[in-house]
Design a protein. Structure first.
Length: 100
């Protein structure tokens, strides 16, 4: 049973210093009564002190509904850009798990 559904959503998580830890956007977020959350076309930006990580895929599942971990599926693209130099890491895969 669907508990909530949002279209073209955006959300952020701030740390204790009010700096942005991560930002999540997507075309649709569906939260079910068991708190499992399905995300269509997610785009996740994770901000670290030394790098930024941009992650996108076709779908994602947050099994707890608390955004502690996210399971990305189909056409997963991960791009890590280091802030102090020009080194970047790009990866394409069909499945990935991120702990945020």
């Amino acid at each position: 049973m669907i508990k909530n559904q949002l279209y073209n959503f955006s959300t952020i998580k701030n740390n204790k210093d009010m700096a942005i830890d991560w930002e999540l956007k997507g075309s649709m977020l569906t939260k079910y009564s068991n708190n499992i959350t399905l995300i269509e076309k997610p785009f996740l930006n994770i901000y670290k002190t030394t790098s930024t990580v941009d992650i996108k895929s076709d779908t994602a599942i947050d099994p707890s509904g608390d955004m502690e971990e996210i399971y990305l599926k189909d056409n997963v693209f991960i791009n890590r850009q280091y802030l102090l130099d020009d080194i970047s890491m790009k990866m394409y895969t069909s499945y990935a798990i991120f702990y945020v």
